[in-house]
Design a binder for this molecule. Structure first.
Ligand SMILES: [Zn+2]
Length: 165
C-alpha cells in the first residue's frame, strides 16, 4: 500500500485502452500554452485539444519565468511550437497574496523562504502584459512568433482574449 496506489491502478486501466502509441513528441497543433497549476484548469479540454497537440507549461500563476523561457526555446526549435498562448485565470491564488505574505505563512511552519521569489501577481493584467513582452522580446525566440494572452474564467469555462495577434 502506498499513497499512490489509486494512481497506479487507474493507470493500468488507462494503459489497457491506450491508443496514442503513434504520437511523436512534436506539438501536432504547433501550440505552446503557459498556464497556472490551478487544479480547476483542464488546458486540453478547454482549448479543444488532445494529447499530442500542444506543449503545456504550468507553474504557480502562469508566469513567464526563466525556466518557462528555457522550455519555450526548446519547444520552438526542437518540438514544433509555432505559437504561444499565455493563459492565467480568474480567482488565482497568486493574485491574492504577495511574496511577503507567502514568506510570513511559511515562517509559521518554521521555514525561511526569503531566498525564493514566488512571482505573486498583484495586478493580473499588468503581469500578463509583462509576461507577453518577456516572450516577444526574448532574443532567443523568433521575432515573428505569435504570442497571445487570454484569461480563463474558472467559474464559466470561458476564455477571455486579452492580447491576441
Ligand atoms: Zn492560479
Amino acid at each position: 500500500m502506498s499513497q499512490f496506489d489509486d494512481l497506479i491502478s487507474a493507470n493500468a486501466k488507462y494503459a489497457a485502452k491506450f491508443r496514442n502509441s503513434e504520437l511523436t513528441g512534436r506539438a501536432a497543433r504547433g501550440l505552446g500554452v503557459v498556464t497556472c497549476m490551478d487544479s480547476r484548469i483542464d488546458p486540453l479540454g478547454l482549448l479543444g485539444l488532445e494529447a499530442g497537440d500542444a506543449k503545456i507549461l504550468r507553474n504557480a500563476g502562469a508566469r513567464v519565468t526563466d525556466d518557462v523561457l528555457r522550455t519555450l526555446v526548446l519547444a520552438v526549435y526542437l518540438l514544433g511550437v509555432e505559437r504561444v498562448l499565455v493563459m492565467p485565470h480568474t480567482d488565482c491564488g497568486m493574485s491574492k497574496v504577495t511574496d511577503a505574505d507567502v514568506h510570513e505563512l511559511t515562517q509559521r511552519h518554521g521555514v525561511d523562504t526569503r531566498s525564493l521569489e514566488f512571482h505573486t501577481v498583484p495586478d493580473q493584467g499588468a503581469a500578463l502584459r509583462h509576461d507577453l513582452t518577456r516572450i516577444r522580446s526574448s532574443p532567443f525566440l523568433p521575432p515573428g512568433l505569435p504570442v497571445g494572452g487570454a484569461i480563463y474564467d474558472v467559474h464559466t469555462g470561458e476564455l477571455l482574449p486579452v492580447a491576441l495577434e
